[in-house]
Ligand binder design. Structure first.
Ligand SMILES: [Zn+2]
Length: 272
């Protein structure tokens, strides 16, 4: 890891000053956070979709039209996982995930909205979290919205699609991951909106900020005059709205941010 240059360290110090003053900081995280765990990003340089083309936009329509066929394919794929699935299944939380969980523990981050489906935030110890695009390791009933860890949900290959065991429901169960064309569960949207309304500081980390509704939350916050911190090695559509821009990866920036935040809380406000 190369040492951070002085201008990046200054930006991190300004971000730490904002976090030290804030009472309710909300974070929006994207695929850039998982890149250092070996999970490829979708968009941007070398991203899965940049290289292979975007997946079909009617995934959910295909699922809803024939859930049994979709489940049969899923079970076949589980035998021969894709490169992306294998990367997720072997990935470990990186320095960025651990530092973000630490920021929550020390009271500097109140809520995390993540677009990542890889479970690495939870595994790093993050607890106040909305997985707006779902979690690959969970299952969800499309009717009542109930969720279960995948490991606890038994699928009978002779009885597809699996049905919700909740009394009186019996809805179709799918992977919790939100498909293209699938509505985001309303509880997730409500929680994101509620947390964003409470925010007095907003931070985006490793997100290209082009996927809605997720990208709309930091915009809503800045409209209310809430300061926005952007941590991303690349420029994004949100960059012009940010009051502090840290051009570094989350694995580099967040541990340094914790150091500076401690210094601010102890009353030393001079950058190193
Ligand atoms: Zn159900």
């Amino acid at each position: 890891m190369t040492p951070l240059d002085p201008s990046t360290l200054q930006a991190i110090d300004r971000a730490a000053a904002l976090l030290a003053r804030a009472r309710h900081t909300v974070v929006l995280a994207g695929a850039g956070m998982s890149k250092e765990s070996g999970i490829p990003t979708f968009r941007g340089d070398g991203g899965l979709w940049t290289v292979n083309g975007e997946p079909p936009l009617n995934q959910y329509e295909t699922f809803a039209a024939d859930p049994r066929r979709w489940w049969e394919r899923r079970l076949e794929e589980a035998v021969q996982p894709s490169e992306f699935a294998s990367a997720i299944d072997t990935a470990q939380p990186n320095a960025g995930h651990l530092a973000l969980a630490e920021l929550e523990r020390i009271g500097a981050v109140s809520h995390l909205i993540t677009q990542n489906i890889d479970d690495l935030h939870r595994r790093a110890g993050q607890t106040s979290i909305t997985e707006i695009h779902g979690n690959r390791h969970w299952m969800r009933c499309v009717s009542c919205g109930m969720r279960w860890p995948k490991a606890e949900f038994i699928i009978d290959a002779a009885e597809l699609p699996p049905r919700c065991p909740q009394a009186g429901c019996g809805g179709i169960v799918k992977s919790d991951t939100v498909m293209f064309g699938e509505p985001i569960p309303p509880e997730a949207l409500e929680r994101c909106a509620r947390e964003t309304r409470r925010a007095d500081c907003f931070m985006t980390i490793g997100t290209s900020a082009v996927v809605y509704p997720a990208a709309g939350y930091p915009i809503d916050a800045t409209r209310r005059g809430v300061p926005l911190i952007e941590i991303n090695p690349e420029e994004t559509p949100l960059t012009p709205l940010a009051v502090v821009v840290v051009r570094a990866s989350s694995g580099e920036a967040l541990p340094a941010l914790i150091d500076r935040l401690r210094a601010h809380r102890e009353g030393s406000t001079t950058a190193p």
